[in-house]
Design a protein around this ligand. Structure first.
Ligand code: FCB
Length: 479
């Protein structure tokens, strides 16, 4: 992509994001209870190299230094997540004052420094005890989540700028209960669809509780990993139908109940041989359909699909990891074809145009819905150079081209309010452990030393000037 000079509005929010289990460590400290990710990562064979989040970035002890990095980067906002098992071990009943104090102090430090906290209530670390009672396949989990959300609004609500109920319920449901590559590692098609619904219900119930506590000052959101799905052959009706089916499971299974108060009829029809969806109770959809102040959108790459005709091995390049079971519940005749590079260390294709397309398409369907890009970034095999620095030109180019892609969506009239780079720090990348580095700040996992990569210096210039710097404009002396 050619380099352009682009200025963003002053009100546009620049941020970076992390998640509790990926950075905190201190898994057994401060009264924290176990989560499904503790159990999963400690199960042999579930994560690369057997990595766990036991220590991670030791952020629980180093949070003050990390806040200083946020401040030095010139970020307007910082997206963090609250570990439910840290503030309410077990997921029901008593809350843990020590856990609440940790987030309260962290949020105070951000606010004092003029950084807006964006707090996600669920970034996948479900208390293990709730999983023992069925997890997200159990309707009760949604009500437990609502009670936890209410308490967080009471404790932290005066200082949190935006509340995000869930991060990527797609992953929580389909990777956790469908393909099993994420915790809790179940491969049960019906449970996966129950999880979809109970996560949607949890979102709606939590919104209602937070608004009840905070009134109209509450700013509410949810973060979805919406899929940009392209047909291999746009002129093929079969490939177009493959797009429609994947779009129903990936995107409309969440957008439609949350923003329109309905489930798509084609989603029910496509999965009728799996379940009759009788777990959707009367009144649920009205609860799920809550006004959102901002819709969080995560974007990394695109997928390409075609009709699978049963000849040869089905290709499954959906970017969600190799698994014995498919996360695409009820869909046996669609395949995900390999896409042309370049790719990141995750094997994900680099396609900034997909982000423009995604933001424009959400804006076309929901013209009055403000959006925010709550995650975007790339893993590469970074190395520390002889000069002690981490030169990561491919990450700088990735960020540059995707920020430009957001600018193009703004030009086209999409109401996008902010952009958050994933991630502030290298961290525990779920089933890929510490092998995949997404940070703009490098973490040495032996010493816990943080080192700004070139991308952090570059991003600082963007955040402090609101002008998109050239890819070559890396200036470590400016810090
Ligand atoms: C998203 C997750 C985030 C991180 C990035 C790479 O799916 O929300 O925690 O793992 O992918």
């Amino acid at each position: 992509m050619s380099e352009t000079t682009r200025t963003f509005p002053d009100s546009f929010v620049w941020g970076s994001a992390t998640a509790s289990y990926q950075i905190e460590g201190a898994a057994d400290e401060g009264g924290r209870g176990p989560s499904i990710w503790d159990t999963f990562s400690h199960t042999p064979g579930k994560t690369l190299n057997g990595d766990t989040g036991d220590v991670a970035d030791d952020h629980y002890h180093r949070w003050a230094e990390d806040v200083q990095h946020v401040v030095d980067l010139g970020l307007d906002a910082y997206r963090l997540s609250i570990a439910w098992p840290r503030v309410q071990p077990g997921g029901t009943g008593d809350f843990n004052p020590e856990g609440i104090a940790f987030y309260s102090t962290l949020i105070d430090a951000l606010v004092e420094a003029g950084v807006k906290p964006v707090a996600t209530l669920y970034h996948w670390d479900l208390p293990q005890e709730l999983e023992d009672r069925g997890g997200w396949a159990n309707r009760e989990t949604a009500f437990a989540f609502a009670a936890y959300a209410r308490r967080m609004a009471e404790e932290l609500g005066d200082r949190v700028d935006v509340w995000t109920t869930l991060n990527e319920p797609w992953c929580a449901a389909y990777l956790g209960y469908g393909s099993g590559v994420h915790a809790p590692g179940r491969t049960e098609p019906v449970a996966a669809l129950e999880a979809v619904h109970h996560l949607n219900l949890a979102h709606g119930l939590a919104c209602r509780e937070i608004r009840d506590v905070l009134g109209q000052q509450a700013r509410l959101s949810v973060t979805l990993n919406l899929h940009v799905i392209r047909p291999e052959d746009p002129s093929s009706a079969e490939d177009q139908d493959a797009v429609r089916r994947i779009d129903a499971l990936a995107n409309r299974a969440f957008l439609a109940p949350m923003l329109d108060g309905v489930y798509p009829a084609d989603l029910f029809a496509d999965t009728a041989h799996v379940t009759d969806w009788s777990f959707v109770a009367d009144g649920d959809l009205a609860l799920i359909n809550q006004p959102l102040d901002v819709l969080g959108v995560n974007y990394y790459s695109t997928v390409k699909v075609r009709r699978y005709r049963g000849d040869g091995e089905r290709s499954e390049n959906d970017g969600h990891g190799a698994a014995e079971a498919s996360p695409w519940i009820g869909v046996d005749d669609v395949e995900f074809v390999e896409q042309p590079g370049p790719t990141t260390a995750m094997g994900w294709n680099i396609e900034p145009g997909g982000l423009t397309e995604l933001l424009e398409s959400v804006a076309a369907t929901y013209p009055d819905q403000p959006m925010m890009v709550t995650e975007n970034g790339a893993a590469f095999e970074d190395e520390v150079s002889a000069d002690g620095r981490v030169h990561d030109p491919r990450r700088v180019a990735y960020l540059h081209d995707h920020v430009e892609a957001v600018g193009r969506a703004l030009d086209a009239g999409a109401d996008v309010r902010g952009y958050f780079a994933w991630s502030l720090l290298d961290n525990f990348e779920w089933s890929f452990g510490y092998d995949r580095r997404f940070g703009i700040i490098r973490v040495d996992y032996t010493t816990q030393e943080r080192t700004w990569k070139d991308s952090a210096h570059w991003y600082r210039t963007l955040c402090t000037t609101h002008v998109l710097p050239a890819v070559s404009a890396v200036d470590p002396s400016a810090r």
